[in-house]
Design a binder for this molecule. Sequence first.
Ligand code: PMV
Length: 312
Amino acid sequence: MTTATAHPNIALIKYWGKQDAPGNIPVAPNVSITLSNLTTTTAISEHDRDEFWLNAEQVVDTKLEGFLADLRREFTIAPVKIESTNNFPTGAGLASSASGFAALITALNHHAKMRLDVATMSQWARRGSASAARSLMCGYVSLTPPAWRAEQVAAPAHWPLHVVVAVTSTVPKAIGSTDGMRISRDTSPYFPAWVATGASDFDDAVQAIAARDFDKLAAAAELSCLKMHSVMLTSVPTLAYWNPATVACMDAIRSLRAAGTAVFFSIDAGPQVKAICLPQHTDAVEQVLGQIEGVRETIRCALGDAAQVIRP
Ligand code: PMV
């Protein structure tokens, strides 16, 4: 049995929309931070047929079946039992597919002796879920053309930011990201503007990271998040991921920042709010978010490790 772990990541400059090409290629460059504390652990063992277990329940997953079939066109992989566990809510906007595919390719690479380097593993992870490519690495990680493989923009020690996740619901989302992105591309009048401005938002964020310029990163990241949600909300049918607690958290984060706390928000395809802050402000941010009505739990994270094999 081979066991690997990976952590979710939060995109600071987000991807929402795929190119008309195979392999889950984003429409614009994006950059994320890999988190500590939230962990997917995936164990692979030989079996008489493929079986997939998620959080101790056997499941059928067509995305995963397709992923294995693609890999088997290039590598010899005997039937496997894949047992994956998340220590956080699955499918509720906490990026479980990112850590899931990152842990899976890391474990499979070792189990089936595929001998892939990290960059190539990230390209494979991208084919499972584009954001998964970024969870192969730690720190600040980009996914950019032309190769669309993950690259580390900066190590965690360069700027060890913290993240407080405010969990406002644990209900899995009704429309998954692949369908949501197709709906947005086909129906939102704002989709072309979102794509056209993605590269300059990305450049702003990468410059802000290099310079450790918190205000500049906060501005670029919140704008990217709000543009993505504007595209989602103006899709037909609308993709409305926020609940009242989500909005209350955003307001509280804006008030904290106006009063001098270095914090900004980010929200993915779900109702959870991620507050990114300087470490000296983590306690204050967690205290404020934890008191908001509808916030069920807060989770503190630092910048996490890369995906890794923990038991060969
Ligand atoms: O990796 P996917 O295809 O599940 O899409 C994730 C998209 C967002 O999390 C909303 C944004 C991002 O860049 O991670």
